[in-house]
Ligand binder design. Structure first.
Ligand SMILES: Cc1ncc(COP(=O)(O)O)c(C=O)c1O
Length: 374
């Protein structure tokens, strides 16, 4: 059966990247690897829109999240964590795990953080050291206003470190790391970077480096400063670095602006298609990298996902209390217009098979109309 992977990570991989991944392995303590690595970091910085240092760990994305807490937050130090979903909740857990004190701002799933809420929390807690947030909260398909928050922090609290998990944002939506004052930006390989899982990536500002240097926190493998310019200290996943160089080149050849426009169009078609057959979106501020669609009353999303999978289309369930209530369709990375037509038509077929009454074909037609109007 032909499989259509439409989950928000891992995501599909372009054939050029698969070929790069298949290159013969070279040793990592060689000039050849150093050249490959340095060139890759340079391209990656363009994708992340930063001049800051960029470090790569071989781990899933959460490894970089852990590093961003363990390196920065000492015993009893306070950090604001934005919890508007499963991944925001992870920031709170990490801060606690490393002995810090999270000042958690909790939002309903689907809602987003406002710059003024963060400002109020800092006014009440002037000893806040860092703000931890997602650019794209994948569990609810929601974009937080990173630009507004970053600029507010820069103007009013320049000493606070701004940490952004952009794991489903970088390479899909516009994240201006330097311009928006992001001190630590994080991503992972298995999302818009169109690679298999296995790499976590961190950009780090001069300010964050200085603060980390003043700390005496405990960590060993996830040592951000120790990794700057020193890749190969531990054995890196050489094959994934071959693949990463290819995938960031593909992104930059398309042009960042075009990549963001493509994601925005695919997102618009997916959202409008769902609405055309009376379905609701979960998010109050939908992100362009994936769409969370609420299932009709009486319909369990697990059944919809099962029916879609029988057609070859794999989408994700909700997480936590949203399990069974929503489906999440990804359109980040190696996704194009026909993929959305396939995904939406599979959703329509699944709903019809489950006995949902709606105007069969209207969602797919809506997506086709949006694409033909472009
Ligand atoms: C926004 C966000 N943060 C963190 C993670 C965790 O990444 P990983 O599963 O690679 O550790 C994910 C994974 O889906 C994510 O989407």
């Amino acid at each position: 059966m032909k499989r259509y992977l439409m989950t928000p990570g891992p995501t599909p991989i372009p054939p050029e990247v698969s070929l790069a991944l298949a290159k013969p392995i070279i040793h990592h303590r060689t000039d050849e690897f150093k050249k490959l690595f340095d060139e890759t970091i340079k391209l990656l910085k363009s994708v992340m829109q930063t001049k800051n240092d960029v470090v790569i760990f071989s781990s899933s994305g959460s490894g970089a999240m852990e590093a961003a807490v363990s390196n920065l937050i000492g015993e009893s130090q306070k950090a604001i964590t934005i919890n508007a979903g499963k991944f925001g909740e992870r920031w709170t857990k990490l801060v606690k795990a490393f002995g810090g004190v999270p000042v958690e701002l909790k939002y309903e799933y689907g809602d987003y953080a406002k710059a003024e809420d963060i400002q109020k929390a800092i006014e009440k807690n002037p000893d806040i050291k860092a703000v931890y947030i997602q650019a794209s909260e994948t569990s609810t398909a929601t974009a937080h206003p990173i630009d507004e928050i970053g600029l507010m922090l820069k103007e009013k609290y320049p000493e606070i470190v701004f940490v952004v998990d952009g794991i489903t944002a970088y390479g899909a939506i516009d994240v201006k790391t330097d311009r928006w004052n992001i001190d630590i930006g994080i991503t992972g390989s298995q999302k818009a970077l169109m690679l298999p899982p296995g790499l976590s990536i961190i950009s780090i500002s001069q300010k964050a480096k200085t603060i980390i240097k003043q700390n005496s926190n405990k960590y060993f493998y996830f040592d951000i400063l120790g990794e700057i310019g020193a890749y190969g200290k531990f054995t890196p996943p050489v094959g994934l670095i071959f693949g990463l160089k290819e995938s960031v080149s593909i992104i930059l050849n398309e042009g960042l602006g075009n990549v963001f426009k493509r994601h925005s169009l695919l997102a618009k078609a997916t959202r409008e298609a769902a609405k055309a057959i009376g379905l609701k979106l979960l998010s109050k501020r939908p992100v362009d990298s994936l769409t969370a669609i609420v299932m009709p009353d009486g319909i369990n999303s697990s059944d919809v996902i099962k029916q879609m999978k029988e057609l070859g289309v794999e989408v994700s369930n909700g997480q936590g209390h949203l399990k069974g209530k929503i489906i999440r369709i990804a359109h980040l990375g190696y996704f194009f217009k026909p993929d959305i037509i396939v995904g939406i038509s599979a959703l329509e077929i699944a709903l019809k098979q489950l006995g949902v009454e709606f105007n069969f074909g209207e969602a797919t037609t809506k997506a086709m109309e949006i694409f033909s109007d472009e």
